[in-house]
Design a protein around this ligand. Structure first.
Ligand SMILES: O=C(O)CCC(=O)C(=O)O
Length: 312
């Protein structure tokens, strides 16, 4: 039988990516799609975030609100206090983003057709953050994930509306804390992560160095979406403007992924920290099961996440 050289390693099929787009992702570990998500869905998600912050609506499902510890001391409005909503997959409004057809189609070309969403965030960078808390240190998402292999995991991150100090629509850019990526680093290893100085937010670990490595700032408009590999080094700068910078993001994994045990490894510390965060919410589960519990089936049979996704 003839064998063919495997041309693509980091993507699965060409149903929703051209060969050129696949090659770009293979080489760089990320790809941006302009205006992939409709304003209608994004506006609903933004409003949901505001309604949850202002307590007009109670958080649904497992949703966790993360408070900016420094801004919390300054008595600002509720929309300033919360820098993140985590784990919104069981909230009907946010879930519309996670299952958005055009987005999941691209995901299916990267990781295949058996898709579970497992990590979800709405990330808020309010103006006036004092302790650099709105900076997201450079990191690799796979460092946190007890599942893989990494080729079967992908993040989708979409810019939400950003309004500047003049009340005008703005891109997400270098001044308000855009995402940056170090192209090609998805082909490397996982590096040591630590709490960087000046970052007070929980579980914001970072990697030092790489000052000479090319870095791409992703300047994005509302609805633009970047897909990125979980090993790529990336992060975001502080918001130095008087506007709010907001984005919404979901990580997808092949439902039939493997699970890894972090106990006795360098990643035990982060695993314990996250286990404790969930214990405070009365969710007492081993680290791997937390990710299953957070997850929600998107396409295909339930597979390895069945135990928890069947609770719907
Ligand atoms: O939105 C941000 O500022 C950072 C997001 C990020 O680093 C991530 O999604 O892993």
């Amino acid at each position: 039988m003839e064998t063919y050289p495997q041309k693509f390693k980091y993507t699965k099929n060409s149903a929703f990516l051209t060969d050129e787009q696949r090659q770009f992702y293979e080489d760089n570990g990320f790809i941006v799609f302009k205006k992939l998500i409709s304003d209608e869905i994004l506006d609903q998600c933004l409003q949901r975030f505001v309604d949850i912050c202002t307590k007009k609506v109670a958080p649904q499902g497992n949703t966790i609100l993360m408070k900016d510890l420094e801004l919390a001391k300054t008595g600002k409005t509720a929309e300033h206090l919360y820098y993140k909503i985590n784990d919104f997959l069981y909230d009907d409004v946010f879930f519309q983003y996670a299952v958005y057809k055009k987005l999941v189609d691209v995901v299916s070309s990267i990781i295949g057709n058996n898709i579970t969403a497992t990590h979800s965030m709405l990330i808020n960078k309010p103006p006036g953050s004092t302790c650099d808390a709105s900076r997201h240190p450079m990191h690799q998402d796979q460092y946190y994930f007890p599942f893989g292999p990494p080729e079967n995991v992908v993040a989708a991150w979409t810019a939400l509306e950003t309004i500047n100090e003049k009340n005008a629509l703005e891109t997400i850019n270098e001044k308000n804390g855009c995402l940056f990526v170090l192209p090609g680093t998805h082909k490397g290893k996982l590096y040591h992560h630590d709490y960087p100085q000046g970052v007070a937010n929980k579980a914001f670990y970072g990697v030092q160095g790489f000052d000479d490595h090319p870095r791409v700032n992703l300047i994005m408009n509302k609805g633009d979406t970047v897909f990125f590999h979980p090993v790529i080094l990336h992060g975001s700068g502080p918001n130095t403007t008087q506007g709010f910078r907001r984005a919404i993001s979901v990580h997808y994994v092949d439902t039939n992924c493997e699970f890894y045990d972090f106990m006795g490894t360098k990643r035990e510390e982060i695993a314990n920290e996250i286990v404790q965060m969930f214990a405070k919410k009365n969710v007492i589960l081993p680290y791997q099961d937390i990710w299953k519990y957070k997850g929600r089936l998107i396409r295909g049979p339930a597979g390895n996440f069945q135990k928890y996704t069947s609770r719907l």
